[in-house]
Design a protein around this ligand. Sequence first.
Ligand code: NAP
Ligand code: 8YV
Length: 338
Amino acid sequence: MPGPRLGLTPILILTPIFNREIDLSKPDILAVAKLHPFYLEALQTLYTVHDRAHLGDAAAFAALAPNIVGVAATGESLVPAALLAQLPRVNVVSVFGVGYDGVDTQAAIARGVPVTHTPDVLTDDVADLAIGLLLSVARQIPQAGQYVREGRWPSGPMALGRKVSGARVGIVGLGRIGQAIARRAQAFDMSISYTARTEKPDSGYRYYPSAKALAAEVDFLVVITPGGAGTRRLIDADVLAALGTKGFLINVARGSVVDEAALIKALQAGVIAGAALDVFEDEPNVPQALWGMPNVVLTPHMASATRETRQAMADLAFANMKAALTGQPLLTPVPECR
Ligand code: NAP
Ligand code: 8YV
């Protein structure tokens, strides 16, 4: 373990492989995605962070890989088995995000490498944005801003919106964030129902065994499950048809959970009333078909993107990395690694 090396006076040398300074007193971390500055700067106090070195020169990475002791990732990152196999000394994958569907957790476990994430600290922000998106698409708030800015107000009023208070919301995934969305929806006097893998009899909300059955009974369908194989295209053409011409879809989960092609078709054909989307199948590429739709609200995967929450996520992701590399108990391992 590299722990005892932490805190030593830095020893700087120039390596012929990378032709730049390497701080030998700082253990090597691989960042598999562009890290948020709060997380990156915290890591750099103790470690040498190699930014996406695995995507660059293969020979240089092969030379570096045996020294990597930790992997820093984001909620959207891919950490496949093949990458882990190249990192014989890695002790942890610390994800800056609660979702870790891009990490091959089984491969990590098979190698004795724990995976950590940042649950709870982002729950409020994601629930806030889900409600914000719901209000935005129902009351056409972004479109109304455009209406004013484009000077269209003098020529008459906008089309009417859809009332939110008292409407029926269905939540797909009643976990930490789903429950926080439900609590917020209660303040709008909305009737709340949900689907999940397991029924939650104590929640007081109505359970439906499938997304399709739920969609048929609600005005707003809010998706907040994990991504990955278990939820891939859970929201398909059938679910959208069940949601119906007056129904709105809100997705703050992962792009993979919704069949994006089916969604575009449904929006074009008026199968559903509208959609508000924070996540997409091929981020950061958003299908152009969605850009100009007047009944669609789009945000760039920003549900946890406040200074306060990103700082809390960075603190927790860094604390997990440090704990793993100093032999301390992990703060928030993913459920499979508890
Ligand atoms: P969580 O507490 O683990 O809750 C996940 C919920 O999804 C649980 O209720 C679970 O059911 C349900 N679920 C899992 N597989 C399902 C399936 N096949 N069908 C129906 N329901 C299923 O997780 P969380 O903290 O609420 O986070 C949820 C997800 O939100 C994350 O994994 C991430 O993908 C996404 N997220 C997005 C952003 C963003 O920026 N847009 C930010 C944070 C999180 P059970 O309760 O029965 O197990
Ligand atoms: C991202 C998220 O991690 O927590 C998650 O699962 O999707 C987000 O919070 C965040 O955008 C950083 O990449």
